[in-house]
Structures are given as C-alpha cells and as structure tokens.
Design a protein around this ligand. Structure first.
Ligand SMILES: C[S@@+](CC[C@H](N)C(=O)[O-])C[C@H]1O[C@@H](n2cnc3c(N)ncnc32)[C@H](O)[C@@H]1O
Length: 239
C-alpha cells in the first residue's frame, strides 16, 4: 500500500484525523525533509522514515516504491494538500511506483491564507509558480484573473519569481499598482506579514511565502469592500 497524504501547512493542529491515522499506521513514512520532520513524532518506533531533497528525490522514491512492492505500508507526506501545487511531486511518486496512487487531502496554505485574509475562494483564483519549466502561460493567466476583478492567491517561485518580481511583471503587463496586496511568511506561526499596494511590493521574503493580490475594491466582483487596510504591517518588522 502507498498513499500520498497532505499534512497541512506546517502545524500538526492542521493535520486531519485521517492523515494522522495513516501516518501512525505506516511502516514507511517519506517526504521532503522538513515535511517528514513535522510528522516524525507520530511515526511508530519500528517504522522507517526516508527523507529526501530536490536532488535525491527520484532515487529515494525508487527505494520507497521497492518497499511498497515488497508489502510495506508506505505514506508519502506532502506539505499542505497534494493537489495545491504538489502535482510534480505526485507525478514523481507515480513514476517510481509505475501506477496511480491514492491521495488524501490536507489543508493547504492557500486555504489558511484565505481564512486569515478573509477572502472567499468563490471570488479568488489560486495560481502557483512553484513548478519547474515555463511559467509564461500561468503569468498571463494571473493578469487575466486580475483583469476579471478576482482576487489572486499566488505561490511564488523561490528561485526567480518571488513577490517583487510578480508585482513588476503585473505592472509591466498593464495591471494597476493600486491592488491591495499581502505577503505572508510561515502562515501558521503568524510570523512576518506585509500589507500594502502592489506597486509598493519590493521586499524580499523567504521561500515559505504566499501572496494575496486583492481585486481592486471598487471593482470587486461582489462590490463588497475588502477588509485589508492598506499600508499596515502585521507582526515582524516593516519589510
Ligand atoms: C511546492 S508548494 C506546496 C504547497 C502545498 N501543497 C500547499 O497546499 O500549501 C510550496 C510553497 O507553498 C507555500 N507554503 C506552503 N506552506 C506555507 C506556509 N505555512 N506559509 C507560507 N507559505 C507556505 C510556499 O510558497 C512554499 O514555497
């Protein structure tokens, strides 16, 4: 047995009961080091924990697939939810196993952000740039989302498309700089967060950042006011 389990955005308080049961019952728990470390306290003492990084993931997954074929109960842990910006890793798991695997949903960082920022997903599009390969189509899509007066929840790309670059790209493609914007780091720990206007978003943030670009208030699909006071800092130092 092998399944891919979303463990939430970095705090065991957001792990589902189903996810916890699967991890507690597994013979092998595997995933990126930071994610596997998060759930290590739940792993049974005689189970194996196989951690991996970007460079050795293919090799480690082959090892896990071998254990799965030999009859071990294997759980691959995913940050947040596997279906929010997790599909490339999911594909690698399935390539290693040579078959489709079951996924168990978790709470995504996008859902936590929506809750913290009080935006309704019905009026919001989720776009991830955290993927290998060409992102041009996704960049264009983000412009269209804002042109359609929807909010955008954006996962930046750590190596070349972080919040300041996202803001620059949008303004170069005709998006006005007055969209209320927020960048949250380590959401569940309530660490630094920045609020301002898209045109002011020039700071650097860690890889664990997620961005909300609100529809312009007067344009918003519902006509309802957003609740983000512009130019405010929540926690941490001004960025
Ligand atoms: C490969 S994506 C995986 C997203 C994950 N599947 C989810 O549902 O949240 C990893 C990125 O998600 C964002 N992220 C995940 N957890 C986060 C958190 N607790 N705080 C802020 N950003 C987070 C960061 O941008 C991080 O680099």
């Amino acid at each position: 047995m092998i399944c891919c389990v979303g463990v939430g955005p970095g705090d065991l308080g957001f792990l589902t009961r189903r996810g916890q049961e699967l991890i507690e019952g597994a013979d092998v728990v595997t995933g990126f080091t930071a994610v596997a470390d998060l759930v290590r306290s739940l792993v049974k003492p005689d189970a194996r924990v196989i951690t991996m990084g970007y460079k050795d993931q293919v090799e480690r997954l082959k090892e896990v697939a071998h254990l799965h074929r030999a009859g071990s109960k294997c759980v691959v842990v995913f940050m947040g939810d596997p279906h929010f910006s997790g599909f490339q890793f999911l594909e690698r798991v399935e390539q290693a196993c040579e078959h489709k695997v079951e996924t168990v949903p978790g709470i995504s960082s996008a859902q936590i952000l929506a809750s913290r920022c009080r935006v309704c997903f019905d009026e919001t599009s989720f776009i991830t740039f955290h993927r290998r390969g060409d992102i041009a189509a996704f960049q264009k899509h983000l412009v269209h989302v804002l042109e359609d007066n929807r909010n955008a929840i954006v996962i930046p790309r750590p190596w070349d498309f972080m919040p300041a670059a996202v803001a620059n790209y949008l303004m170069e493609h005709g998006v006005t700089p007055d969209h209320p914007t927020e960048v949250w780091e380590h959401l569940t720990q309530s660490e630094a967060a920045w609020k301002g206007l898209l045109g002011e978003c020039r700071s650097e943030f860690s890889d664990m950042s997620i961005m909300l670009i609100r529809a312009r208030r007067s344009d918003a699909a519902t006509g309802r006011d957003g609740d983000g006071a512009v130019g405010t800092q929540i926690g941490g130092q001004p960025q």
